[in-house]
Every structure is written in structure tokens, then in C-alpha cells.
Design a protein around this ligand. Structure first.
Ligand SMILES: NC(=O)c1ccc[n+]([C@@H]2O[C@H](COP(=O)([O-])OP(=O)(O)OC[C@H]3O[C@@H](n4cnc5c(N)ncnc54)[C@H](OP(=O)(O)O)[C@@H]3O)[C@@H](O)[C@H]2O)c1
Length: 276
């Protein structure tokens, strides 16, 4: 992995001095001379690179992958666009988050499971006052979800279901009976994106990560509450009519972001943008 931006002595990659071969080729910013290497960064080094900003305020970061031609999915899933390193970063971002906010369609199509406890992040999480694994919060109006799945019946911390106050009562009951906690954050059946985030913050879940999907992400963008986008640019093209990473009604004026960092591995670019 190379850091392409900001440009530092870690940009040079294979030509720069490398550390002696260590276990699992894990080098990185925390790895001394190995920082310049082209090997995998340790999870610890990735966690340092992706640390949430200090401070008590809420912070919403999105993690998405896109093909070169803008597809956010292939045959209904994002996995064909991903890579091993992308999954390491995906896992790192989860390891740093208090809560993962996800749209119901992504849960249905990608077969979401409860977040795992990762030993690599245990110490860091404990020091930050976080539980061992992030909470998953599913945004849904219909609550048309399979509540017999482990996501609802067997998480370490109860999965949250974010919905509107007019959600179908029978489905709300089914969610609760399965072990989920239902939070109302909107009138009617719709969730108000900003209210949903405020409800999470109120519960002390301030390091927020959304994994989409596009329809949900688009609403966070439109509401002006997306602070950061961690976008993997996959060196693939899919053509066709796949969704982009953000959908829904367009914003009146394009929201401006500034690049914070770019990492590269195997032709994949791991970009990080902050709202200007
Ligand atoms: N490229 C990437 O990084 C990435 C990331 C995630 C997902 N994906 C892909 O994106 C696709 C799914 O994304 P999607 O955009 O179709 O769906 P999505 O955003 O995951 O979920 C949409 C669903 O979420 C619920 N929802 C969203 N906003 C709501 C609101 N304001 N109030 C109440 N409920 C709300 C609704 O659920 P109900 O229908 O239950 O009411 C809606 O049908 C999949 O193919 C997945 O593989 C790609």
C-alpha cells in the first residue's frame, strides 16, 4: 500500500527503503522504515490513518466503493467491485465506529450479519470508551426485514431499527420480539436522516459510519449531514445501468468536498474526502 496524497516519504512505494520482511508482510506508517513499503499496512496503521476527529461532536462518515464508470454495484452487490485491501479498510472503518447506519435494501441484498468483535481493535475501542463492536442501525420504513436472522437475534449489542412513527405496528412488534430496539426518527413511515443521526448521537453513538446504500447515502448528502466520504475507486468498468453510490433527489447546489488522503494498492484508490 502506498500513500499518494498527502505526498510524503511514504509515497515512493517499492523504490523506497523497506523494512525487513515481517509476519504477514505487515508494514505501514506505524512500522518505522517499513512505512515506505508496498506491503499491506497493519490494521493498527490503517486505524491510525482513518481515526475519527477528536472531540465530542457527531461525525458521519460514509464508506462506499465505485467502479471507474461510477457503478456502486454489480449484479446487486458491491463485492465484485471490491478487493482484499478494500475489505481490510472496510473492517477498519467498522472497527473505529460506534454505529453503522445502513439502508434496509442493502441489509436484504447483502445479507448483513452482526458486526464482529475484532481483537485488533479491542484495545483501541476500550481506550475510546467504546463497546467491543459497533451497533448496526437499519433504516427502514416498511420493516420488511427477516427478523429471524442473526443480525436481529444474535448481535453482541442489540441491532437498532430506525423508522418513522407511523411504521406498521405488527412489524415493530416483530422487530422487538426478535431482540432489536426500535427508534422512531420521523413522522409518517419515513425516517428524517438528520433526526436519525441526532437520535444516535443522543445515545452516545457519535462516531457514525454509513455503508449506504445509495438511496440512503443520497439523503444524508441532501440533508447536508455527511462529513466525510471514504470512497474506494475500483479499477473496473461495468457499463450497464447500475446505481451510482448516491441516489435520490439531487441537491440544488453540488456539495463540495476536499481530498484528505489517497492510498493505493493493486490499482485500487482508497480516497478520503471531507466536506469543505
Ligand atoms: N458501492 C457501495 O459501496 C455500496 C454500498 C452499499 C450498498 N450497495 C449496493 O446498493 C444496493 C442497495 O442500495 P439501495 O440504494 O437500493 O438501497 P438502500 O439505501 O440500502 O436501502 C433503501 C431502503 O432503506 C430504507 N430507507 C432509506 N431511506 C429511508 C427513509 N428516509 N425512511 C425510511 N426508510 C428508508 C427503505 O427501506 P424499506 O423498503 O424497508 O422501507 C428503502 O427501501 C445493493 O445493490 C448494494 O449492493 C453498494
Amino acid at each position: 500500500m502506498r500513500r499518494l496524497f498527502p505526498v510524503t516519504d511514504m509515497t515512493a512505494g517499492p523504490a523506497a527503503p523497506t523494512a525487513p520482511a515481517g509476519p504477514a508482510r505487515e508494514t505501514g506508517p506505524a512500522g518505522g522504515a517499513g512505512a515506505a513499503g508496498d506491503g499491506d499496512w497493519s490494521l493498527d496503521a490503517l486505524a491510525d490513518a482513518y481515526a475519527y476527529p477528536e472531540g465530542a461532536g457527531p461525525w458521519l462518515r460514509a464508506n462506499m466503493v465505485s467502479s471507474l464508470d461510477g457503478a456502486g454495484q454489480h449484479e446487486g452487490r458491491s463485492q465484485p467491485l471490491s478487493s482484499e485491501t478494500d475489505m481490510r479498510i472496510f473492517g477498519t472503518l467498522r472497527g473505529l465506529a460506534d454505529v453503522i447506519v445502513v439502508g434496509a435494501e442493502t441489509v436484504r441484498l447483502e445479507g448483513y450479519r452482526p458486526a464482529r468483535v475484532r481483537e485488533a481493535f479491542a484495545e483501541r475501542r476500550a481506550a475510546a470508551g467504546q463497546g467491543p463492536a459497533p451497533v448496526i442501525a437499519v433504516v427502514t420504513g416498511s420493516l420488511d426485514l427477516d427478523f429471524s436472522l442473526p443480525l436481529f437475534t444474535a448481535p453482541l449489542v442489540p441491532t437498532l431499527v430506525l423508522t418513522g412513527s407511523a411504521a406498521p405496528a405488527g412489524r415493530v412488534r416483530a422487530a422487538r420480539e426478535a431482540g432489536a430496539e426500535v427508534l422512531f426518527a420521523g413522522d409518517g413511515t419515513r425516517v428524517d436522516p438528520a433526526r436519525a443521526l441526532a437520535a444516535l448521537t443522543e445515545r452516545g453513538l457519535r462516531r457514525q459510519l454509513t455503508e449506504g446504500g445509495p438511496r440512503l447515502l443520497g439523503q444524508f448528502v441532501a440533508a447536508g449531514v455527511l462529513d466525510e466520504l471514504c470512497l474506494t475507486i475500483s479499477p473496473t468498468m461495468t457499463a450497464g445501468d447500475a446505481q451510482r453510490i448516491a441516489g435520490g433527489p439531487r441537491v440544488a447546489v453540488p456539495t463540495r468536498f476536499q481530498v484528505a488522503s489517497v492510498l493505493e494498492r493493486d490499482g485500487f484508490l482508497f480516497t478520503r474526502y471531507l466536506r469543505s
